[in-house]
Design a protein around this ligand. Structure first.
Ligand SMILES: [Zn+2]
Length: 276
């Protein structure tokens, strides 16, 4: 599954390719990707619209048009391919045809991706509606602080790893990055969320900022089948400290692989002491 840094790489790549392009037509061999409008309404709203910007909130791509906004989530396997030839290939479910003859193809072997189209550019309104209303602040957000997380942590008996994967609480950390952030913060992934001190919450924020900023700069990771638009591969996997590792880079103890909330989790139980 693409994580926030990979989605940011897709955003940046797409912005260089399609900002300024005007939609001539839209086709959808599998229109169920579109969640809030009928395909005919979706197509009718987009024809003659020009892409003015591509933004991102959490793992959602936000394509801003002259009069409307498209919110797209890649989920497990979604990818965008920019093409200058008109052929439609297998697994391409929504295709945006531009007036200059090029096109943008949404490809998704699992069909889990989603698109929502809003006939407005009012981002205050759009972020109050599904699906963006379900996205918490990112670690890099100006409003992110200990008080924000503490308010959301204080009643939770769930493992901190599970809480940090919940995009409604804090957006942006997927499985790989949560392991890295908890390792850097010296917090065991199974620690009950509500028991964390203010100092530990502050460490989580700082380390989440560090990990995501670095991962974005390196284009994310290319651990599974993920490739961004134009096949940009991430290099962050070379920087991983604990995830997929066997020996702790700090104390040389053996890294343990455990399951937390059903997710494969890497931990150094010497550096990240379990609660006793
Ligand atoms: Zn260690």
């Amino acid at each position: 599954m693409p994580e926030l840094p990979e989605v940011e790489t897709v955003r940046r790549t797409l912005a260089t390719l399609v900002v300024g392009k005007t939609i001539a037509d839209v086709s959808a061999p599998y229109p169920k990707i579109i969640k809030n409008l009928s395909f005919s309404h979706f197509r009718g709203t987009l024809i003659n619209e020009t892409i003015t910007d591509i933004k991102r909130k959490g793992k959602f791509l936000i394509v801003v048009f002259t009069k409307c906004v498209l919110v797209s989530h890649l989920r497990m396997e979604g990818k965008y391919f920019y093409k200058t030839t008109p052929a439609i290939e297998k697994h391409e479910h929504v295709i945006f045809w531009f007036t200059d003859g090029s096109s943008l193809h949404y490809h998704d072997t699992r069909k889990f991706g989603t698109m929502y189209l809003f006939p407005t550019r009012d981002m205050t309104l759009i972020t109050q509606l599904e699906p963006l209303s379900q996205v918490g602040l990112e670690p890099m957000d100006a409003n992110m602080n200990v008080a924000y997380l503490k308010a959301r942590f204080q009643k939770s008996t769930k493992a901190i790893k599970t809480t940090l994967l919940d995009q409604k609480i804090m957006a942006g950390l997927g499985n790989i990055y949560v392991d890295e952030v908890l390792f850097l913060s010296k917090i065991h992934p199974e620690t009950p969320t509500k028991t964390l001190s203010d100092e530990q919450i502050a460490l989580i924020i700082t380390n989440a900022q560090t990990v995501l900023t670095k991962a974005i700069a390196l284009g994310g990771t290319t651990i599974r089948s993920f490739t961004s638009a134009h096949d940009v591969s991430g290099r962050f996997q070379n920087e991983l400290l604990v995830h997929t590792k066997t020996e702790c880079p700090v104390c040389q103890a053996k890294i343990k692989k455990i399951k937390v909330g059903g997710r494969g989790t890497y931990v150094c139980e010497n550096c990240q002491k379990p609660l006793t």
